[in-house]
Structure formats: C-alpha cells, structure tokens
Design a protein. Structure first.
Length: 213
C-alpha cells in the first residue's frame, strides 16, 4: 500500500518506519524541519521518502493522521482534498495544555474530524498505545500472543485497510464498532497513557483483551 504520514513526530515517525519495514511505500510529511523528514525516510529504508502533506496524501491508499489536536486544521489544509481517502487517525482531541480530552462523551476526535473532512473514510486506530511500545510490539510480531489494538469506523473497506496495517504493526485488531465508539476508546487511551507514564512499569505498555468461555 501507499501510505501518507501526516505528522512525523513520536507516533507518525515510528508507525511510518514500521509500515515501510513491513513493505509499504511510505511518505513522511508535516514536521518543522524538512531535514528531519529526509532523515526519517533514510532510516526507514528504500520504501520511504519525505514529502509535503499534499504529496503524502495525493496517491495514498491510506493516510495516517498523527498530529496534536491543535495542528489538525493546519495539516488538513496543507494535505488538500481528502474526500474518498482512508484516513486513519491516532490523534487525540486534547485541550491546549494536553491534559484533558477537549471533546468527550457526546462526540470524539474522529467524529469531529469527519465534519472537517466530509467524504473521507475515517478510522480511529493506534491512539490507544504509547509510541514507546510500537517498536517492541513490531519486534515481537512473530510471537504466538499479540497485544490487542481497538479500532473503530463506519466504512467497512477503510476498516479492512486499517486491519491490515494494525496486523503489519504486530497487533491483534479488535473491531470496536462504528466511529462513535471512539467516545469510549479515547478515555480508555487516557487510562493507558496514565498507566504508561505515571505507572511503575514504564511506557512500553500494550494491552490484551481475552475472552473466556
Ligand atoms: N505520543 C504518543 O505516545 C501518543 C499515543 C497515542 C496517541 N497520540 C496522539 O497522536 C498524535 C500525535 O502525537 P505525537 O506524540 O506523535 O506528537 P508529536 O511528537 O508532537 O508530533 C507531531 C508532529 O507534528 C509536527 N508539527 C507540530 N507543529 C507543527 C508545525 N507548526 N508545523 C509543522 N509540523 C508541526 C511535529 O513536527 P516536529 O517533528 O518538527 O516536532 C511532529 O512531526 C496526538 O494527537 C497525540 O495525542 C500520541
């Protein structure tokens, strides 16, 4: 697949690198330094390159939106028309000082996103894990038991694209249902962040749902 990374920080840089190593064509975009994007692309291997948000989105089969909530309008404006595109977002709708969800209970980041990019096929995924665990999970992808990754969305085909990428990254995808379920997923992501950054074991934390019969 061709994947455009919109936001090449902690999440975008690592997920883009993992997708490139898993064999996808990746374009890193949207950082404050072009040199950083080029460096990331070099390190991610021959499947990766650096570009503008517009270049990253143009021919992409999927774009990963990985920017702070405050930067959403800016990156979307730079990306251009995303109608019809699969947009996978890990962006959390945090308030300005990054301490609380700015949108919650009666809406969610991904739902607000669909209002800003009508026609885009939005899937919420990857926001429930800290960036620090991404490389370790990818490294452990051949082990029998994989960590879960909850995702949600309203478009079946877009969700299938997300499932492929979630699997490629080493997780076991868990379909949480329609996009409005992001209202529950986001507070859960806050719990994971609390455990990862304030708990005792450190931030290399993933989770696993198990069913007992
Ligand atoms: N970090 C996590 O563990 C984690 C986990 C789950 C969900 N999330 C969510 O994922 C999203 C991304 O988080 P992150 O931690 O990856 O953020 P981040 O490290 O701050 O990365 C954001 C990216 O946006 C770029 N950017 C910011 N301001 C810009 C500007 N004015 N012009 C151009 N580029 C700009 C940054 O550029 P530079 O590279 O130059 O800084 C960086 O590449 C957030 O919504 C966050 O809530 C994060």
């Amino acid at each position: 697949m061709r994947i455009g990374i919109l936001g090449s920080g902690l999440m975008g840089a690592k997920l883009g690198t993992i997708f490139a190593r898993a064999g996808h064509d990746v374009t890193f975009s949207y950082a404050r330094s072009e040199e950083k994007l080029k460096r990331l692309a070099r390190k991610a291997g021959r499947k990766a390159r650096a570009g503008t948000p517009r270049e990253a989105a143009r021919d992409a089969d999927a774009v990963l939106l990985a920017v702070p909530w405050l930067r959403i309008d800016d990156v979307l404006a730079q990306a251009g028309d995303l109608s019809g595109k699969v947009v996978i977002t890990c962006s959390m709708p945090m308030n300005d000082d990054d301490t609380e969800l700015a949108v919650a209970h009666i809406s969610s980041g991904p739902e607000e996103l669909t209002k800003r990019i009508p026609g885009a096929r939005v899937v919420a995924a990857f926001g429930t894990v800290p960036s620090e665990v991404l490389f370790p999970v990818y490294a452990a992808r051949r082990k029998a038991s994989r960590p879960s990754l909850a995702y949600c969305g309203d478009d079946r085909k877009a969700k299938n694209v997300a499932v492929k990428l979630i699997r490629d990254a080493g997780f076991d995808p868990v379909d949480a249902g329609p996009l409005r379920i992001a209202r529950y997923i986001e507070p859960f992501a806050m719990l994971i962040a609390q455990l990862a950054y304030e708990g005792k074991g450190g931030p290399q934390l993933a989770y696993r749902f198990e069913r007992f019969r």
